[in-house]
Ligand binder design. Structure first.
Ligand code: PHE
Length: 357
């Protein structure tokens, strides 16, 4: 479409013929460009339009080559016009691009129903055994015990000899413990860590050792062949049975509540004298209250200190006193939650485990 006012200016002689042609072409390119952009329906079409207007061989670029026929004094005015036109075209391109992008976004979620409830995320949690171990360890650490470790594949010295356990003791039997051909064995209790700790620590010693223990036990509702213990050892001058009782009673009341009932029964272990078994009264909702054995404990037998001193080649421990205990962690979990069958703790049934989160 030709600009009528421009034609009038030519008649009046206020523009040169060259300027007239340039202005005329520029306004034509502009209106054609704008209607081309207007008709574009996708991004690819928009890019094609951009190239055909502003590209090296584009319509506006071509018009610019007519500049050389325009008298010098008229060029700035034409230049300004070209810039204005280019700006108008670029704006139209940008607006079209934003519009197409909006349309594409809307189309992308057209089939999505955002009101449908999302699927619940599966949330993991701590295993009940880890929970009781963590709680028991935290309480004992508050009381000043620190953590020690020992190997699960042990030698007979640390499992038995140093613990005053004679060669003919039933626990040393092939039928009761898992032996390797080398003569080593899977430790049948964590008491081996008592010896390992005293071998490298200087008394007073106040340690706990959570860890796995292994026995050739018949697996039933209260026994596993691989289970978890929490060993404890306190060695100093003048340690008494009352210290042992106080420590364990405090631990269990912190764990299970202040009303927890605890009972020490005389027992025998080769490495403690006197020795006890420790029971806790399980009062679970809907179950008849009953005593559950959870630990062995006692005052460290002087023969154990003697063995450690022999192994260290010193007399650091002779004359000291101490207490030791070994708690069954599965049993603690059973009491805490009224779990009837110990095997639930190793079956990894999510329906069971999800209850403890
Ligand atoms: N080691 C013993 C057991 O596993 C428990 C125990 C530990 C007893 C420490 C006394 C002292 O049965």
């Amino acid at each position: 479409m030709r600009d009528a006012s421009l034609t009038l200016e030519l008649w009046r002689g206020s523009v040169s013929l060259a300027e007239f042609f340039m202005k005329d072409q520029i306004s034509r390119v502009e209106s054609e460009a704008l209607s081309l952009i207007d008709g574009v329906t996708d991004m690819r079409g928009l890019e094609d339009a951009r190239v055909s207007i502003l590209g090296k061989k584009g319509a506006l670029t071509k018009v610019m080559s007519g500049m050389r026929d325009v008298p010098k004094e008229e060029r700035p005015a034409i230049g300004q016009l070209v810039n204005k036109t280019r700006a108008a075209i670029e704006k139209a391109l940008q607006e079209k691009e934003a519009l197409l992008q909006r349309q594409a976004d809307v189309a992308a979620v057209a089939d999505v129903d955002v009101t449908i409830p999302s699927r619940a995320l599966f949330k993991g949690g701590m295993h009940p055994l880890s929970i009781v171990r963590y709680e028991a360890v935290s309480i004992l650490r508050r009381m000043g015990f620190s953590i020690e470790e020992g190997p699960e594949i042990e030698d007979e010295f640390h499992c038995f000899d140093a613990l005053n356990t004679p060669k003919d003791h039933p626990a040393r039997n092939e039928k009761d413990s898992f032996y390797f051909d080398s003569g080593k064995l899977l430790r049948p209790h964590t008491s081996s860590v008592q010896i390992r700790s005293m071998e490298h620590l200087t008394p007073p010693v106040r340690i706990i050792a959570p860890g796995a223990a292994y026995r050739r036990d018949e697996i039933d509702a209260t026994h596993l062949s691989a289970f978890s213990q929490l060993e404890g050892l306190y060695v100093d001058r003048d340690v008494r049975v009352s210290d042992l009782k106080g420590t364990l009673e405090y631990l269990l009341k912190e764990l299970f509540g202040p009303g927890t009932e605890v009972r020490f029964r005389p027992h025998f272990f080769p490495f403690t004298e006197p020795s006890f078994e420790l029971d806790v009264k399980l009062c679970a909702v809907g179950q008849k209250p009953r005593w559950i054995e959870i630990a062995g404990c006692g005052m460290v037998d002087p023969a154990v200190f003697e063995a450690v001193d022999m192994s260290r080649g010193s007399s650091m421990y002779s004359g000291l006193t101490g207490f030791a205990f070994g708690i069954g962690l599965e049993r603690l979990a059973m009491i805490k939650w009224g779990i009837k069958d110990i095997r639930s703790l190793i079956e990894n049934d999510v329906r069971f485990l999800a209850q403890f989160q």
